[in-house]
Ligand binder design. Structure first.
Ligand code: ZN
Length: 163
């Protein structure tokens, strides 16, 4: 998103030249530059033996399940966001968080940072924001998440890693 007005004070931004970034929208009043940058988001494939945690969110995909996702907050790392989001949305503990890949979601201006993690403990207590959630056999996961393009790529990587 290219900022035209200052999100802090509402004044019209001017262009300031940063030697490595070119012209960047700038608020003289707040002395801040507002870069055109994506929102960082995490996606995580949680593995429990030969099963994987899939979510059903009809507002995202009517007929497809998805991997758990969430925004990275201020003052946290992507790995900390993974632990926090999994705890908030699923109520379970995970460990051994490993980076897999990243993807850019153009229409949402999201940088999706993809991880795989191992289940440790806990019964699933899904957040009220989640419609459905459960363990699915890894061997069948790809059949259930056809519309989740990024999730499918992540699960394929996970399957390769387990070979
Ligand atoms: Zn301002």
């Amino acid at each position: 998103m290219k900022y035209k007005f200052c999100p802090v004070c509402g004044r019209r931004l001017e262009e300031k030249f940063s030697w490595d970034e070119g012209g960047v929208p700038y608020c003289q009043y707040d002395d801040m530059m507002f870069f055109d940058i994506p929102k960082p988001c995490i996606m995580v494939a949680i593995i429990k033996n030969d099963e994987i945690l899939l979510l059903k969110q009809s507002y995202i995909y009517e007929n497809s399940k998805v991997l758990l996702t969430g925004y990275v907050g201020n003052n946290e790392t992507a790995e900390e966001a993974v632990v926090r989001e999994v705890k908030e949305e699923a109520g379970i503990e995970i460990e051994n968080i490993r980076y897999i890949s990243s993807d850019y979601v153009k229409d949402k201006e999201i940088l999706m940072i993809n991880f795989v993690a191992d289940f440790v403990s806990g019964e699933i207590i899904k957040s009220t924001e989640v419609e459905g959630m459960g363990w699915t056999k890894l061997s069948n996961a790809l059949n259930e998440m056809k519309d989740d393009v990024i999730g499918t790529k992540v699960v394929k990587k996970v399957l390769e890693m387990r070979e």
